[in-house]
Design a protein around this ligand. Structure first.
Ligand code: DWN
Length: 408
């Protein structure tokens, strides 16, 4: 097995989660009698370039289908974050009506809508046709294809030269990161800026966020592992922000070399954090694997205690990360009756591997829980507030990451 960053042979395991179902591949009731498929879920780190990646990868067409269920607009927290980002980019880079903004993995138009409302031309690129259609229905021009060098050349040939390109939570999702990054270099306006946002590997390690490992995430990213890849395509990271989203993310600002002032202070701060949580440090890897196993034991203990006390336990948020947790811990509907999710594309289906049914909010009224495991722990404050308005006082709320703990 060779590194997808530098081609070096891969021998170092960061964490091994055994076999797991595809996290966003929810099961239709009509398919419940069919066999369930689980695939290896093991993360390797390259000793040569520190690029952290899945050992085995699935075809992207099997992951990002035309029935893809992740729609970004089901989280107010994320929408507010996106609106603030749009305003900040317009101000910082003095974007105007004459500029074009291209978002790669534009989903349902959750972000581009805010740029469009400011009178700026936008173009979305979203390979999942069902999700792209939702954006187009909102009036967001969207190309439903996978982004890479070929599509970049086609768009550049048609005269598209974006001043800003945004790529939120997609850099980790591409099997060929070189083809993907070279596409940005091909399409970007010479003075242009690219903003990449992704969950930061250092937080995954530090906060035991092993549930953010799933087959859709081909890579687990850091400044250190990405910098040499950008440099290869005449791009450089000139600024970096540390964000609270998705358990702690990085936002990298990238442009052509020598075009932008480098924020050395911010970059050095991230480099020192990455040094403290070095994926090549054997102790760090051992601790992550051990902590993940401890969470498995603690969560099973807690669920068994609640069930032995005759209590009804449900899940909230049919999140991709939730399925990695349920599959790794070995939880099914004997322990969690159902999971609630606001997204209609997930309701009426069953979670992959655990086969726990997904329902809407009305299920909470029909079959009120005594305890709620918030699977989308990254959105716990928003979810806790929402459920407090619906469920009885005394209902217990808990999460499993960074450790099994109850919300006050
Ligand atoms: O990389 C990815 C990350 C960034 O987002 C994508 N591959 C997919 C997705 O991962 P996820 O599914 O773990 O993300 P979320 O956003 O943590 O999932 C939250 C789930 O909870 C969604 O299905 C929507 C749902 N939800 C809800 O039902 N009610 C969310 C909120 C805030 C709510 O109030």
């Amino acid at each position: 097995m060779n590194c997808r960053g530098c081609g070096f042979e891969l021998n170092d395991v960061l964490i091994d989660l055994g076999h797991s179902a595809i996290s966003n591949d929810l099961i239709l009731r009509s398919d419940l009698a069919s066999p369930q498929t689980r695939y290896p879920l093991k993360v390797m780190v390259c000793r040569n370039c520190s690029f952290v990646q899945l050992s085995e990868t699935l075809e992207r067409d099997a992951l990002f289908t035309n029935e893809y269920v992740y729609f970004s607009s089901f989280s107010d927290t994320w929408l507010v974050h996106s609106q603030e980002f749009a305003a900040a980019m317009i101000a910082r880079f003095k974007l105007s009506e004459s500029d074009l903004i291209v978002e790669v993995a534009s989903n349902d138009g959750y972000l581009l809508q805010y740029f469009q409302q400011s009178g700026i031309s936008v173009l979305g690129i979203e390979p999942a046709e069902n999700v792209a259609k939702s954006a187009i229905q909102k009036g967001i021009p969207t190309v439903s294809e996978f982004f890479g060098l070929e599509l970049a050349k086609k768009l550049a040939g048609e005269g598209f030269r974006p001043k800003l390109m945004s790529a939120n939570n997609v850099l980790a999702h591409v099997p060929d990161i070189h083809d993907f990054v070279s596409g940005f270099s091909e399409l970007l306006h010479p003075e242009g800026v690219i903003s990449f946002e992704f969950p930061h590997l250092s937080n995954l390690i530090k906060e035991n966020q092993f549930d953010t490992i799933y087959h859709e995430h081909f890579s687990y990213l850091s400044y250190e592992s990405l910098n040499p890849i950008f440099l290869k395509y005449s791009l450089e990271i000139f600024d970096v922000e540390q964000l609270p989203t998705h358990g702690g993310s990085l936002r990298l600002f990238v442009g052509f070399k020598n075009k932008h002032t480098i924020n050395a202070t911010a970059i050095n701060s991230v480099k020192s954090i990455e040094g403290a949580w070095n994926p090549l440090d054997r102790e760090v890897c051992k601790t992550l694997q051990m902590q993940s196993r401890q969470i498995k034991y603690d969560l099973l203990d807690e669920l068994l205690k609640l069930k032995r006390d005759g209590l009804r336990v449900v899940g909230y948020g049919a999140a991709a990360k939730g399925n990695t947790l349920l599959n790794y811990v070995g939880i099914d509907s004997d322990l969690i009756d159902y999971v609630v999710d606001l997204n209609p594309a997930k309701q009426g289906k069953f979670l992959p591997g655990s086969l726990i049914p997904v329902d809407g909010m009305n299920k909470l009224i029909d079959s009120p829980p005594d305890a709620v495991l918030i699977l989308a722990w990254n959105l716990a404050p928003e979810i806790h507030t929402q459920l407090n308005q619906v469920l009885a006082d005394g209902t217990k709320y808990f999460v499993a990451i960074p450790k099994v703990s109850y919300l006050l």
